[in-house]
Design a protein around this ligand. Sequence first.
Ligand SMILES: [Zn+2]
Length: 149
Amino acid sequence: MIQTRNGSCHCGAVRFSCDIDLAPAGQRSPQIRPGPWFASTLRCNCSFCGKTRMWKNHVPSEAFRLLQGAENLSHYRFGEGSIDHTFCRTCGVYAFVSASEPVMGGDFFCVNVACLDEVDPHELAAAPISYEDGAHDDWANPPPITGYL
Ligand SMILES: [Zn+2]
């Protein structure tokens, strides 16, 4: 089910909250926004997710609130530059991403599930994961090897 969760970087300078659904299939709320991007957590093998070990969950922009620390974020863009990767300037933790894609219904945030606070490990372990072959720009299909992601 969709629940409001708080998240933060390691040092606590950056704090956010989001409405996010970590429940397994059969226990999930109707999606706030349609599309496979919002239907599960994601692991990806692209050049950036691979190096940061990003465990992502997309949420529509209306389901994300930056509570504090905007001035403490550094921003990184690569490739077409359409995705704003943000890092805490103090501790370096990569807590969330913002971007806008028409195919995904417009503005969205991509939350690092590992930065959510006070989530029971059993719940994290049961969260559904889909895999993306970002390394080959094949976002709709899993890569041939996923065990290391
Ligand atoms: Zn920090």
